[in-house]
Write a protein that binds this ligand. Structure first.
Ligand code: SF4
Length: 92
């Protein structure tokens, strides 16, 4: 089991992919909708987020992180929270 310093270093390495994220300069509002968001705006927002994800170099790392950490909200790795739950449910 890693000690605290080793764990922090490993954790940092696991998050390194974030430096290459296509969404770094995009408003988080594109990836995370407000409470009570209506269907139409949500579909348009998610479509735009997925468009950005589709050319992201670290899509696979991002999606794996979101699935492993059970991210409950937002578009990660081109998948919505509903899609992640379906994928996790299909394998887990
Ligand atoms: S896959 Fe999408 S959410 Fe993940 S880092 Fe890339 S642009 Fe951001």
């Amino acid at each position: 089991m890693p000690n605290g310093r080793q764990a922090n270093r490993q954790s940092g390495l696991r998050r390194e992919w974030r430096f290459h994220a296509s969404c770094r300069s995009v408003s988080p509002d594109v990836f995370f909708g407000p409470d009570g968001e209506r269907y139409g705006p949500r579909i348009r927002r998610e479509r735009e987020a997925k468009r950005i994800c589709s050319s992201c170099l670290v899509l696979a790392d991002c999606r794996a992180y979101a699935e492993e950490s059970r991210e409950g909200f937002g578009i990660w790795g081109g998948a919505s929270e509903h899609e992640r739950r379906a994928l996790i449910g299909a394998v887990g």
